[in-house]
Design a binder for this molecule. Structure first.
Ligand code: ADP
Ligand code: ASP
Ligand code: MG
Length: 446
């Protein structure tokens, strides 16, 4: 059995939904398929626009966003479906759009949209897309069985970025999905529910993670992430010239790249696959015969493979006058970050100073206040992390020298190589990011 996840671009309109189903159909001639889909195109962003407008009391504006989403889905339905299948699907879509309109009006009256309500809104994107895909699969004689992922993807109630309860989820997936040769299941990525049944989401881009969780629970032979580029590239194709597909990477390399900004796979995707040693492939729906990227536990060691970057990073420095021979200093600092649920990405220490980077700066004021008694605190905003990923980078004695030479003239605020032997991270001023990444790419991967 194969899990095939299609991203927003891969199901953006009728044409692409057909392309996705062509790919699934080919696989179905060999084995069973669980197709996991994102919302169509930019639907998730438009739902956010709609509830944000409603929250400000701008109901007309909110309903205009809703009309846009409706047009997209109805146009696709008319293109893909005929007869009863068309009218029944239009009716089912209409019910969901009616609910969305009522919810938006409620939010506009209350002028309040809680995190919990937001997740309910967001879930409509994936529920609408999969409804259409399932209907099209019936039209094509593939007879996909539409699942509701909220019945098996069981999470805690951290709305917006819920954590999956694997014990419950894995069992429920195995109870619900019984793959077999030629059998097609269709499920929503990104969404889940608490044990009590409240709708949750796994965080933006979370459909990749859903696919991996389903694949691991069912011991899939392969998890395929179908997207709009030819696999994982040597750097972000939107900003870097001359990028190439990386044919194979290890789970760890893919995890580092995803974590440090390569949006092509969600950072959590790899973990469930690793536990069952299931190969993950990143493939292009627009170019299905291209082999893409294979992610497995072992891939050839070829030095530097890719460069990712993460912008909007904040550096926090804590300087202690008492650190010399004082123990507990680091522990006290990390307890503060822990208290505010803020993950620390990079850490460097000297005898008296600790510098850390964080991505989520929403609690920066409280963190800064609580760090004051521990030492002298300074905060530097608008930084980026540039992350060079490849195995055994440190073994090449000339590598670091070449990196520093390439970065000449750019203030490197922090450097970290030791913590993971597959990642060299540099913190640079944000405005220099694209220039430095391009230079490093030209130097090592061009
Ligand atoms: P999907 O909707 O299919 O999940 P995403 O937009 O989430 O697609 O991810 C694919 C996008 O990730 C690509 O279109 C590309 O712009 C971006 N991207 C960033 N870094 C990389 C990289 N190293 N390799 C490939 N794509 C990348
Ligand atoms: N539709 C969701 C998002 O846009 C999940 C996903 O695409 O993976 O974030
Ligand atoms: Mg994605």
């Amino acid at each position: 059995m194969t899990v095939m996840k299609f991203g927003g671009t891969s199901v953006q309109n009728a044409d692409w939904i057909n392309k996705a189903l062509d790919i699934a159909e080919k696989e179905l001639s060999l084995r069973g398929v669980v197709l996991v889909s994102s919302a169509m195109g930019k639907t998730t962003d438009r739902i956010i626009d709609a509830y944000t407008a409603a929250e400000k009391g701008q109901i007309e504006k909110a309903l205009t966003f809703l009309e846009g989403i409706k047009d997209l889905h109805f146009a696709a339905a008319r293109n893909l479906l005929t007869g009863n299948n068309l009218s029944e699907t239009m009716d089912s879509l209409d019910i969901l759009f009616g609910q969305l309109a009522s919810l938006l009006k409620g939010v506009a009256l209350l002028r309040d949209c809680t995190l919990r309500s937001r997740d309910t809104f967001l879930s409509f994107g994936e529920r609408l897309s999969t409804m259409l895909i399932a209907a099209r699969s019936r039209e094509r004689g593939l007879n996909g069985m539409l699942l509701d992922s909220r019945e098996f993807m069981i999470t805690d109630d951290k709305f917006g970025a819920a954590a999956v309860n694997f014990t419950l989820t894995d069992n429920k997936i195995r109870e619900t999905v019984k793959p077999g040769h030629g059998k097609l299941y269709i499920a929503q990525g990104f969404i889940g529910a608490t044990e009590e049944g409240a709708t949750t989401t796994l965080g933006r881009g979370g459909s990749d993670y859903s696919a991996s969780i389903i694949g691991a629970a069912l011991d899939a032979r392969e998890i395929q992430i179908w997207t709009d580029v030819d696999g994982i590239m040597s750097s972000d194709p939107r900003y870097v010239k001359g990028v190439k597909t990386i044919p194979s990477v290890t789970y760890r390399e893919a995890g580092e790249l995803a974590y440090f900004g390569a949006k092509v796979v969600h950072p959590a995707t790899i973990q469930p696959a690793v536990t069952k040693n299931i190969p993950v492939k990143v493939l292009n729906t627009g170019n299905p015969s291209f082999p893409g990227t294979l992610i497995t536990s072992d891939a050839p060691v070829t030095g530097l493979k890719a460069i990712a970057n993460k912008k909007e990073i904040t550096v926090i420095n804590v300087e202690s006058t008492r650190m010399l021979n004082a123990y507990g200093f680091l522990n006290r600092i990390f307890c503060v970050f822990d208290k505010y649920g803020t993950s620390v990405d990079l850490v460097t220490t000297s005898e008296v100073t600790v510098s850390v980077t964080i991505e989520d700066a929403s609690h920066i004021a409280e963190i800064e206040r609580e760090l004051q008694p521990i030492g002298k605190v300074s905060v530097e905003k608008n930084k980026s992390i540039i992350c060079l990923v490849g195995q055994e980078l440190w073994k090449d004695g000339g590598f670091l020298a070449r990196v520093f030479k390439t970065c000449e003239g750019v203030p490197l605020r922090m450097i970290s190589l030791g913590s993971s032997d597959i990642n060299l991270s540099l913190v640079v001023p944000q405005e220099k990011t694209d220039e430095v990444v391009q230079k490093l790419h030209d130097q090592f991967l061009g």
